[in-house]
Design a protein around this ligand. Sequence first.
Ligand code: NAI
Length: 296
Amino acid sequence: MKISVIGAGNVGASVASALVLREVADEIALVDIFGNVAAAKAIDLAQSAAVFGIDVKVKGGDDFSLLKDSDIVVITAGSPRKEGQTREDLLLKNAGIVKSSVENIVKFSPNAIIITVTNPLDVLNFVVYKVSGFDKKRIIGMAGELDSARLKFEIGQKTGLKNSEFNAHIIGSHNDDMLVLKENVSLNLDEASFNEVAHEAKTGGAKIVKLLGTSAYYAPGAAVAKMCEAIVKERDEWLSCCVVLDENLTCGRRVRLGKDGIKEIKELSQNEKEAVQKSQDDIKKNIEFLIQSKFF
Ligand code: NAI
């Protein structure tokens, strides 16, 4: 099993580290335009495997042929938003980076499953779908597992319960319109407590940015590794992932993953159907913006 990661920054390196320590792959490649950074992190990661006696080869550099014959490729390459830059500027910039990443995946690993991580996640997962021309089962975005983990963290903080004692998940878009619904939490929280944990989960990413000056990476890395494990080990569990719903829309849903990618997408409840509309409208607006900008 070979898993490649494009972008050896904070998230890319954390993905690779989680993959090494969870023993998900026997070969890992890390590719970045800063070849020395990717090469150095690959050596460091290989040495972390040696600490635990784990058998995995890790390579890194700026040569995209390192991607060759990957089973899964994770795209984390991208630019964070800079001062004076609008959301649309960032969208166009990262869409360009993701497009060139996908062209290399098509060239070197035409049978791979692609996991998109770069933000804005939902619309860039759509870019991956359009540019690759791959079957939509092989295009999966990471956001829901991270957002769900943030919700679980907040519930744990509020109730004192352990992670293993309850479940909670989030679907919809990876922004303020994400769906945090009471029916998707396995505990009966009172209205005020629920509203509080929902708010904290939605703003969880921003809190880290404020403290750290950049976005989170350990939990995003863990979330990608969990998705890779579900694919490699054919785990029959429901995960929250961004999926291609039709020719004009991607959005977060509950899915089961396996060796061929997405095995099943869970039907929405009536409540979810109504609540997800705002998420979907926002994603469609971004897709429309890319089309109007003649991106495709
Ligand atoms: P970072 O700045 O630490 O790393 C990005 C890396 O991408 C850099 O090493 C850069 O050299 C590389 N890169 C840029 N253009 C490239 C290209 N054309 N080919 C190969 N590599 C290229 O950023 P970080 O923190 O790792 O975040 C990466 C992306 O992930 C951002 O867009 C961020 O918003 C997103 N993200 C998404 C999450 C999600 O839930 N979907 C969670 C956290 C971050």
